[in-house]
Design a protein around this ligand. Sequence first.
Ligand SMILES: O=c1ccn([C@@H]2O[C@H](COP(=O)(O)OP(=O)(O)O[C@H]3O[C@@H](CO)[C@H](O)[C@H]3O)[C@@H](O)[C@H]2O)c(=O)[nH]1
Ligand SMILES: [Mn+2]
Length: 374
Amino acid sequence: MAHPPSPISPPLKDDLDIVIPTIRNLDFLEMWRPFFQAYHLIIVQDGDPTKTIRVPDGFDYELYNRNDVNRVLGPKASCISFKDSACRCFGFLVSKKKYIFTIDDDCFVAKDPSGKEINALEQQIKNLLTPSTPFFFNTLYDPYREGADFVRGYPFSFREGAPTAISHGLWLNIPDYDAPTQLVKPLERNTRYVDAVMTIPKGTLFPMCGMNLGFDRELIGPAMYFGLMGDGQPIGRYDDMWAGWCAKVICDHLSLGVKTGLPYIWHSKASNPFVNLKKEYKGIYWQEEIIPFFQSVVLPKECTTVQKCYLELSKQVKEKLSSVDPYFQKLADAMVTWIEVWDELNSPAQAAAAAAAPSTTTPVKKDAPSPKPK
Ligand SMILES: O=c1ccn([C@@H]2O[C@H](COP(=O)(O)OP(=O)(O)O[C@H]3O[C@@H](CO)[C@H](O)[C@H]3O)[C@@H](O)[C@H]2O)c(=O)[nH]1
Ligand SMILES: [Mn+2]
């Protein structure tokens, strides 16, 4: 008798964590259940740690609040932002998986023009598992997609492409606009579905949004630090931007690729533009000096790992951006602290311990690994 086909295991089921920063109950997961339930979630609860975050039944997750961050990192917890979505990078830190997908809790399942629900995670994984083309632009977009290829004149020596480190998804409905743009266009909604995935060319920066983002932790994880934002900081809502600029410069140096385009999510909540303006106004004029800085960064050839690149970057931030504002001295120091905790929590010994740890199937709030004492 023919055996029924075995159920196909979801791609990267055991190699990918979904990281969600939140200050809300996570009812949004109900809509994502068909796509997310097979994966492990890392929930980073921001704000008041005494508040209970409701997670729908049936999801396998670990949840960390501010008390957990302080317990795991001790004094070095100072590098993890409080009261800003930047806290999500703590989830990147404690994950033990090769891939990360991070999504905001006001992002829902979007529909493509045919009305079909978009499995954003599936597309993010496809983007990450296929090469990028940072060295020569393919005018028919992603040449590795079904029904596309490299166009005439594309050098064959470049067609192997580069490993993809980051996959930047987009948003229907509420676009990720800055506060001034939100203020002058309060009713603007993004209804344009563009069926394309593109590699951002080498040498070009881009505004990375953390709402719908995938990346390869092993290729670029140490660079995905979302900076010092929110409580006690002079700036907010530049967490993902900072990480994107640092990561892109390092990807260019290490010949790694960054893609943008599909998948779309449905961004449902327009945050308050006046509150946003207060958070981001310094970033709006600082970035006129920050961008030329990143465009001029040269990383020495001795920087052969992400950590070495990142530490070199932090030195240059301190040297060249402190004149913009003393905040950048603090940020440069926090970048060093981030690499310290990254290496403490992601050393080979930690990896061996994590591999030996019993797996569980019911949602528990697991104690995060405590770093080895120095
Ligand atoms: O203090 C906070 C505020 C929010 N969060 C969680 O972070 C994400 C994003 O929050 P929200 O959707 O309210 O903010 P937006 O203005 O729409 O988007 C910003 O978030 C970043 C992109 O991801 C970027 O800075 C802006 O685009 C939600 O999951 C909140 O629950 C938080 O953890 N702490
Ligand atoms: Mn939002």
